[in-house]
Write a protein that binds this ligand. Structure first.
Ligand code: CAA
Length: 264
């Protein structure tokens, strides 16, 4: 793929946005390449994805300002839709996605990280929504996801002032899950991805669906969504094997084993 690399590592895979000359900025081609990589993911084999940026300086420095600079209103709206469609696909992708944020996560970079399930940042990462300084709004979900993640007040402060925040502040306000030194970023993301990959895949995907869908509705409707999804996990081979294993373990601790989940 031109601007996106895809590497399978056992049950996990790493997607790398690779346009370092433009600090991995997102133009239409990069968005198309990302979409094509998602098509390529073998959802029977891969249990967790990591999304990162090439190089040591930038995760994604935003949507491509050069290509946006001459857009008309309708082209701007269409570009927003293109980004939003892709980011929504990532957010609702059946497999969890961890963003490993290795530097600038500005504008569309912060936005794509927020469409991932979990964010791990390098100490050098810098977050922000600088769009109002460019005469536009955040257009790849930033006005919506930032408020949902850190609360409306903090989101408004970050968006209205266009002031970037460092990784430790991003951690403090709950924008990222964890901050590690740059050299430990991919190992930390892979370790977490492998921990996820070792769990029952049907159950992990069901959790993602239940959390995402439940957050869109009121609690009465949300618990009904949970009950249905909870029920769907029963009678799977993985549920039966894991629970049988637990019961066996109670009778005889020698019989403890790590369940090798089959995704069935
Ligand atoms: N779009 C296009 N090109 C970009 C880019 C972007 N968002 N960010 C960086 N680049 C390019 C630069 O033009 C430069 O290219 P050349 O070498 O050809 O000149 C190259 O990447 C390196 O950048 P700098 O020389 O500027 O590097 P720096 O270390 O001095 O500064 C930076 C780094 C602070 C990230 C700075 O590049 C910058 O401010 N970039 C723009 C960040 C931004 O405003 N992002 C939001 C975009 S709008 C958006 O994302 C809208 C949306 O919601 C959909």
């Amino acid at each position: 793929m031109g601007f996106v690399d895809y590497e399978v590592k056992g049950k996990i895979a790493v997607i790398t946005i690779n346009r370092p000359k433009a600090l991995n900025a997102l133009n239409a081609e990069v968005l198309d390449d990302l979409s094509a990589v998602l098509d390529q993911v073998d959802q029977n084999e891969i249990r967790c994805l990591i999304l990162t940026g090439a190089g040591e300086k930038s995760f994604v420095a935003g949507a491509d300002i050069g290509s946006m600079s001459t857009m008309t209103k309708s082209e701007g709206e269409a570009f927003g839709k293109k980004g939003n469609d892709l980011f929504r696909r990532l957010e609702t992708f059946p497999i969890p996605v961890i963003a490993a944020i290795n530097g600038f996560a500005l504008g569309g970079g912060c936005e794509i990280s927020m469409s991932c399930d979990i964010r791990i940042a390098a100490e050098s990462a810098l977050f922000g929504q600088p769009e109002v300084g460019l005469g536009i709004t955040p257009g790849f979900g930033g006005t919506q996801r930032l408020a949902r993640l850190v609360g409306a007040g903090m989101a408004k402060q970050i968006i209205y002032t266009a002031k970037n925040i460092k990784a430790d502040e991003a951690l403090r306000i709950g924008l990222v899950n964890k901050v590690v030194p740059l050299e430990e970023l991919l190992p930390a993301a892979e370790k977490m991805a492998n921990q996820i990959a070792a769990q029952a895949p049907i159950a992990v995907r069901a959790c993602k669906k239940a959390i995402n869908e439940g957050l869109q509705v009121d609690m009465d409707k949300a618990i009904v969504i949970e009950e249905k999804i909870f029920g769907d996990c029963f009678e799977t081979e993985d549920q039966q094997e894991a629970m049988k294993n637990f019961c066996r373990k109670k009778d005889d601790p020698e019989k403890v084993k790590v369940v090798d989940f089959k995704n069935k």
